[in-house]
Design a protein around this ligand. Structure first.
Ligand code: IPM
Ligand code: MG
Length: 370
């Protein structure tokens, strides 16, 4: 069926193709059962693109990503490509997508499904009902700052260096997304930096503070990143929305992911600015987990982070909140029924395969749609 919903699917490496495969089954289900169809194209990224084209992202795939409504991404990287020169490694493909699509706002929700509260490494009462949102700045900071490199000093010793840099406008645009998210949630925004050590942190705090007046209904607090890491494992429910820079957001989101029981549970949405004339925004959706080369190709991967990323795609790129809710409910029900992939199985509990998890989701969706 012809569709005006254009999707580019980039499964990538490792477990990427397996977990994306389960989303494709849900897409087919939606086509049949909900009469919602997508115009899907598929491309290569990361190691798969290196093997086929000698580069982690071709210009054609980059152009495709810019032209569709949303990109669904799997995962990239693996030992096969680790020895390549730094600038040719799989990760460059993902970083190029983020930068050229200008996806500055990375939403990483950490939600604990009731059935998984015991799979967390923290005590049940600390994580039960947890629902926090980490908003990570994604196109600036030390990931992209210049100058960067490895140089040889006159002494013959080498020096590696990177630059942490944030302009006022870069801080402001992500902070505004943070305030807006807080307005739709519980009205609390915690801005995280290291203003005690870094000038970029001083400016970050100043800018966030100065725009807070536009959001009188949001209560703003500030925290140093090291303290935030500690607070996330001490008492995570104190947070609602956390807004932070690219590197701190990378670290804190992995940390928050573990609260949910497994890195295999955490979805993310990376969004660009809304075009004021068309209302369109570029977007890429990906699980927070990596390519897990140790279990790739064995049918052991947990597809839920990818499935939940697809739910975010429906919600943020197509305003299909009802369908997104249905998928999230299906995930909750499947977990509630004790169905587990190995990463979230309790000791002694039977673990099922990636595709069996997909089967269980489809069955649950059938029930919910009936
Ligand atoms: C993430 C990943 C990436 C990052 C890697 C794969 C480049 O860890 O999305 O969190 O560091 O941003
Ligand atoms: Mg990371």
């Amino acid at each position: 069926m012809a569709s005006n919903k254009k999707l580019l699917v980039l499964p990538g490496d490792g477990i990427g193709p397996e977990v994306v495969g389960e989303v494709r089954r849900i897409v087919d289900w939606m086509d049949k059962r909900r009469h919602v169809s997508f115009d899907i194209s598929e491309g290569l990224v990361g190691g798969a693109a290196i093997d086929a084209h000698g580069t982690p992202l071709t210009d054609e795939t980059m152009a495709d990503a810019m032209s569709v409504d949303a990109v669904l991404f799997g995962s990239i990287g693996g030992p096969k490509w680790e020895k390549l020169p730094f600038n040719s490694q799989p990760e460059r493909g993902l970083l190029r997508l983020r930068k050229e699509m200008d996806l500055f706002a990375n939403l990483r929700p950490a939600m604990v499904f009731d059935a998984l509260a015991d799979a967390s490494s923290l005590k049940h009462e600390l994580v039960a009902g947890l629902d926090i949102m980490i908003l990570r700045e994604l196109t600036g900071g030390v990931y992209f700052g210049e100058p960067r490199g490895i140089e040889t000093l006159p002494s013959g010793e080498r020096r590696g260096f990177n630059t942490q840099s944030y302009s006022e406008s870069e801080i402001e645009r992500v902070a505004r997304v943070g305030f807006e998210l807080a307005q739709k949630r519980n009205g609390k925004l915690c801005s995280v930096e290291k203003a005690n050590v870094m000038e970029s942190g001083v400016l970050w705090r100043e800018v966030v503070t100065s725009i807070a007046k536009d959001y009188p209904d949001v209560s703003l607090s500030h925290m140093y990143a090291d303290n935030c890491a500690m607070q996330i494992v001490r008492n995570p429910k104190q947070f609602d929305v956390i807004v932070t820079d690219n590197l701190f957001g990378d670290i804190l989101s992995d940390c928050a992911a573990m609260l949910t029981g497994s890195l295999g549970m955490l979805p993310s949405a990376s969004l660009g600015a809304e075009d004021p004339s068309t209302g369109r925004r570029m977007a890429l959706y990906e699980p927070v987990h990596g390519s897990a080369p140790d279990i790739a190709g064995q049918g052991k991967a947990n597809p839920l982070a990818e499935v939940l990323s697809f739910a975010m795609l429906l919600r943020y790129s197509f305003d299909m909140g009802e369908d997104a809710d249905m998928i999230e409910t299906a995930v909750g029900n499947v977990l509630g029924a004790g169905i587990r992939t190995a990463d979230i199985a309790a000791p002694g509990q039977q673990a099922i395969s990636t595709s069996e998890m997909g089967n269980a989701l489809l069955k649950e969706l059938d029930k919910l749609a009936a």
